[in-house]
Write a protein that binds this ligand. Structure first.
Ligand code: NAD
Ligand code: MG
Length: 300
């Protein structure tokens, strides 16, 4: 085990490859190709083993970051994949991700729309049912935050509304719309966050939404168990995705992830396996679980 201080990992470090991020900020929602370094979604590393063969998945926020890595892994595991993303702003990232899915010989479906709009959920679900012929895996992954270095006093009504409407309302509306169409063996996976357990001062409103989603994961697992539908969550730690340069400060980016036991931020590719596990039959006795992928930071 190396005793090097945080931030100086090299590719051979047993703690995994460090990311040396540019501290340049981007306009929201951020774009994959403008990130330096370009995030790793597993393009050159993820190997599928047919674990989701024939399944049909819908991943919100699937254009970029964690959602893109999950979309690629699901496709390599044999699933057809629909992705949600913000129309207009994210057409370019959405198209790149759809290409990755199609390159695996799977059906790829674009379902752009704004989760804050209550009418998106029923229309998105019906587009997925039409395009994929059904829905077996719903990944509520889209999320929004804006960092406020001074904490709650600087969170205005627009920010509060956007954060809760995207993360909590959007997840609930989409889950409600999907429920009548899910059958035994289906699964729901929510992307929450280590912030739901250990909130940072600069993300207080966001952290509260993620705590709400952790809680919702438990209650939905309880509700849907009798239908044979499993509900779980992945709680990421710091991960190098467009959300970061688009919503935080250069100072935060510079040291992002250094506070974790592994001393670095993660790559989207390092999250994908957790979603594959939870969606697959390997996890058929796993429900109501929140799986941390945090670089070693404990959830509890
Ligand atoms: P990302 O920016 O690549 O993905 C977030 C996606 O959310 C966007 O691509 C966008 O398509 C979608 N989105 C946002 N607002 C939306 C809206 N109103 N309607 C529809 N879609 C909308 O960043 P990411 O880091 O991959 O984020 C994925 C999830 O991971 C989020 O829920 C985020 O909170 C969570 N997360 C990220 C980190 C991290 O460090 N990157 C840590 C913990 C949790
Ligand atoms: Mg995006």
């Amino acid at each position: 085990m190396s005793n090097e201080p945080s931030g100086t990992l090299d590719q051979d470090d047993p703690r995994g490859p460090a990311v040396d991020p540019s501290t340049e900020l981007q306009e929201y929602p951020g774009f994959t190709e403008r990130m330096d370094p370009r995030p790793d979604h597993g393009e050159d590393s993820y190997t599928g083993h047919g674990r989701l063969s024939g399944r049909r998945a819908f991943i919100t926020g699937g254009d970029s970051g964690i959602g893109r890595a999950v979309a690629l892994a699901f496709a390599r595991e044999g699933a057809d994949v629909a992705i949600g993303y913000l129309p207009e702003e994210e057409e370019e990232d959405g198209a790149s991700c759809l290409e990755l899915i199609r390159a695996e010989g799977r059906t790829a479906l674009a379902v752009p729309g704004d989760l804050r709009d209550e009418s998106y959920a029923p229309s998105a679900v019906s587009r997925v049912l039409d395009g994929l012929g059904g829905l077996d895996i719903l990944v509520n992954n889209a999320g929004y935050h804006i960092a406020q270095p001074n904490g709650l006093p600087d969170v205005d009504a627009d920010q509060l509304r956007r954060t809760f409407e995207t993360n909590v309302y959007g997840t609930i509306w989409l889950t409600q719309a999907a429920l009548p169409h899910l059958t035994a063996g289906a699964s729901i996976i929510n992307t929450t966050s280590v912030q739901g357990y250990h909130p940072s001062r600069n993300l207080m409103d966001y952290a509260a939404t993620k705590a709400a989603l952790n809680n919702l994961t438990s209650s939905l697992a309880e509700l849907l168990g009798e239908r044979g539908i499993r509900v779980n969550a992945v709680a990421p730690g710091p991960v190098w995705t467009p959300l970061q340069p688009a919503t935080t400060t250069s100072e935060k980016l510079e040291s992002f992830g250094e506070g974790t036991p592994l001393g670095r931020m993660g790559q989207p590719a390092e999250l994908a396996g957790a979603y594959v596990f939870l969606a697959s039959d390997d996890a058929r006795y796993v429900s109501g679980e929140i799986l941390g992928v945090t670089g070693g930071k404990p959830l509890a």
